[in-house]
Write a protein that binds this ligand. Structure first.
Ligand code: SAM
Length: 242
């Protein structure tokens, strides 16, 4: 399955949402703190959220004073949840894929895409669209599964915690089919160098590159903190259109 039909499988969707909302999820303990730090002040900004999922980032951004929020999301299940999340706010969500959406020119101050890019085949085209849809001086912040993770999942017994992660075929940048959340999904592996080259080619200035170094204060327990220090899960970048 591709990255949108995967989340439209109801069993996968329910498993994912359950996992996403669990205490000490890596999204909440590692990814989100870095994303929020890199974004900085949100007041007055016009935000585009690509692959917005449940829309919680939109609700929080609006509560924190952003000027507008638009989510683009390819899964009907996710759009239904995002519409509920954004009900009563001025936030909007549209059902479309990142590949097919018609990006308006120079329309946003901030484009965010969290944990979606590893589902996209042609990120060069996507990055060009994001560059065009940003205003001059605008910021693009993304997170993706770390290349160490996308290289291969052989050696990982699903349903168990990651241990002694195997990295293999690292420089074979191509699609990967993996079993995850009880379903089978197609992802795209890229090297760190590949991400770097693609954002530069699109014309972005790279301001920050982070690998989700865990911070103790974001964890409830030493056990989870120490476990999360073993294997990098996320690649996170902050880019600028000049
Ligand atoms: C891991 S979830 C992350 C959701 C949200 N950004 C977050 O961080 O909570 C990935 C999301 O990307 C969406 N997605 C994957 N491929 C997509 C595509 N080609 N176009 C639009 N959405 C896509 C999925 O439907 C799913 O909601």
């Amino acid at each position: 399955m591709d990255g949108t039909s995967f989340y439209d499988d109801n069993d996968v969707f329910n498993t994912y949402m359950h996992s996403r909302q669990r205490t000490e999820s890596p999204n909440d303990t590692i990814e989100k703190p870095v994303i929020m730090e890199l974004i900085g002040a949100i007041q007055g900004r016009r935000i585009l959220d690509l692959g917005c999922g449940d829309g919680v980032f939109g609700r929080e951004s609006l509560a924190n004073g952003c000027a507008s929020y638009l989510g683009v999301e390819g899964s009907q299940n996710m759009v239904a949840v995002a519409q509920q999340t954004l009900a009563g706010t001025k936030g909007e969500v549209v059902l479309n894929t990142l590949e097919n959406w018609d990006y308006p020119t120079a329309a946003f101050d901030l484009v965010v895409s969290r944990l979606v890019l590893h589902y996209i085949d042609n990120i060069d085209l996507l990055f060009a669209n994001i560059h065009r849809t940003l205003l001059s001086g605008g910021q693009f912040v993304f997170s993706a599964e770390h290349p160490v993770i996308t290289s291969t999942d052989k050696g990982w017994q699903k349903g168990t915690q990651r241990q002694d992660w195997v990295v293999d075929n690292y420089f074979d940048t191509s699609e990967r089919v993996t079993n995850w959340m009880g379903g089978t999904v197609r992802k795209y592996h890229r090297t760190l160098e590949g991400y770097f080259k693609s954002v530069q080619q699109a014309g972005f200035v790279i301001e920050r590159l982070r690998e989700g170094h865990p911070q103790r204060e974001n964890f409830l327990t030493d056990e989870t903190y120490l476990r999360r220090k073993r294997i990098p899960l996320f690649l996170i970048m902050s880019l600028r259109k000049q």
